[in-house]
Design a protein around this ligand. Structure first.
Ligand SMILES: [Ca+2]
Length: 508
């Protein structure tokens, strides 16, 4: 039986058993969805994930107190430098990374059906009788799906004023809710509440920049002035990454205004201040909308999801961008509040962003479309399970090929790098329970310790070369190969069988 008909039957049962006066309005209404997605935010920017962080987000903290926090939410990766683009396709369609319409060769080899946009969030929720609305940045997204929202206000807003920054997106949602209220709209809503920040350029409002000791720095020849109010360096900060990341001239690593190729303390702390200023402004826009929902009597019947399209480095491991597979960048924040979710709970989850569509459908009492490959985590939200899968895979292959791969199971994580025509072939093995910040031997350098204030434990290093973990390394390498085969990764690494794969259509 379809979940929808089950839902209707149970509702019918309730109607037969109870006098109608005992039915509250909420029992008979479909839930609303407010899906909040920010652009380029590490979970570790937020106090919810790193108590040491200086970023103040009272409204996000409140969502966490009243809902569920996920410690294991990931994006599956990217085959292009603009990591946003595959990530947002996965969110919208529930497809795995190599089965996206934009994945190399996926349409031609039959691994992605044509017309997939008809099975994406707006299409599915339109068909189910929802009112769908979207505001978000423009570009690096999934245009064919985005245009299906009934109401759409997209514009890239990365400035420091109400009209040019995050308040603009906030105002679009406020307008939409006011309009619903005045026209007495009865359809449930699905609102895709996207922001253009804290993606660079991180031009914060003057007030919030001052709070976080930052300036909109434009002088490429000099670092900004030191400011004691700027956020401290991250614990896993490095002045440079120990080996080349494999994507020469990558915009995020060389051309972000305010950072460029600088990784000195003043530059990184200033940029973190800008990131935090933009993030607190987003938090205010979330507060406004939650207040409006409460005033309209809709808050208790609304699932609110807070996440980002992927994480970001900003000085962690000597990197600046989103084209790596360390936890700060591979992971995303995920906080969910709504009917049936126990307040103040925290789980691993082991979810991907591509699980969103299946979860939304499940919570709305609908079947996910046939093309969906994600797993609903409703069972986790309702406290019946703590995870939906054991093994997680990630890829970055937007630079030289095959690129980077990672696999995680339990506390163990493997990252491999095969880039620059074989010049860089590196393996990292971490026990995240003992080394959550993925510290390397370079983090033990006294010159780095002086800057971060962190004295790492001896075991907090890459364990790949340690003979005590040779068995674990083999096990994780086998797991990575199995995931690459299962997910139709078109590449193999230097130490894997070639599997006689045809060359990927766009690759060398
Ligand atoms: Ca992004």
């Amino acid at each position: 039986m379809q979940p929808l008909s089950r839902h209707l039957l149970s509702l019918l049962g309730v109607l037969l058993l109870l006098p109608t006066t005992e039915l509250s309005a909420a029992d008979s209404r479909q839930p609303n969805f407010l899906f909040i997605v920010v652009d380029d935010q590490s979970p570790f920017d937020l106090k919810v994930y790193d108590r040491r962080s200086a970023l103040e987000t009272p409204h996000i903290d409140r969502l966490a107190r009243e809902g569920m926090v996920f410690d294991g939410a990931y994006h599956m990766g990217s085959f292009v430098g603009a990591v946003c683009t595959p990530s947002r396709h996965m969110i919208m369609s529930g497809r795995s990374v190599w089965h996206l319409p934009i994945a190399p060769g996926a349409i031609a080899n039959g691994r992605c059906p044509r017309g997939l946009e008809q099975n994406t969030i707006p299409a599915v929720f339109n068909r189910a009788g929802y009112a769908t609305m979207r505001t978000c940045k423009q570009g690096n997204s999934y245009e064919a799906a985005d245009r299906l929202f009934t109401v759409r206000h997209d514009a890239t807003k990365r400035g420091g004023t109400p009209e040019t920054g995050s308040a603009w997106h906030g105002e679009r949602v406020m307008d939409y809710l006011r309009e619903r209220h005045s026209s007495k709209e009865t359809k449930p809503f699905f609102i895709f509440y996207g922001f253009s920040h804290p993606h660079d350029e991180r031009d914060g409002t003057p007030e919030l920049l001052a709070k976080y000791g930052a300036v909109n720095h434009t002088d490429k020849d000099h670092p900004p002035a030191a400011n004691p109010k700027s956020p401290r360096l991250p614990l896993n900060y490095l002045p440079r990454h120990p080996f080349h990341h494999g994507h020469p001239d990558l915009r995020d690593e060389v051309a972000v205004s305010g950072v460029w190729e600088r990784r000195d303390e003043r530059t990184i702390r200033n940029e973190l201040g800008r990131q935090f200023a933009c993030s607190e402004n987003i938090d205010r826009q979330i507060g406004r909308v939650c207040e409006q929902l409460a005033a309209m009597g809709e808050l208790d019947n609304t699932y609110i999801f807070y996440t980002s399209d992927h994480g970001i480095a900003i000085g962690r491991h000597g990197l600046q961008g989103k084209q790596n597979l360390y936890q700060h960048t591979w992971r995303v924040p995920m906080i969910v509040k709504g009917p049936g979710i126990k307040p103040g709970t925290r789980v691993a989850g082991n979810i991907y962003l591509l699980d969103m569509l299946a979860t939304f459908c499940d919570l709305a009492g609908m079947s996910a479309p046939e093309t969906n490959e994600g797993i609903s985590f409703r069972s986790v939200l309702e406290g019946r399970k703590t995870t939906v899968r054991d093994v997680l895979y990630g890829v970055y292959s937007g630079g030289t090929k095959p690129g980077m791969r990672t696999v995680k199971k339990g506390d163990w994580k493997l990252i491999q790098y095969d880039v620059l025509e074989g010049k860089v072939r590196e393996t990292q093995l971490f026990n995240l329970a003992e080394n959550p910040d993925e510290l390397l031997k370079e983090h033990h350098d006294p010159a780095v310790i002086v800057l971060t204030g962190q004295t790492p434990a001896d075991a907090q290093v890459n364990l790949a070369g340690d003979p005590r973990y040779a068995g674990k390394l083999k096990e994780m390498e086998a797991l990575l190969l199995a995931e690459m085969r299962r997910l139709h990764d078109p590449w193999r690494l230097w130490n894997q069988p070639d599997d006689q794969l045809p060359p990927p259509p766009d690759g060398k």
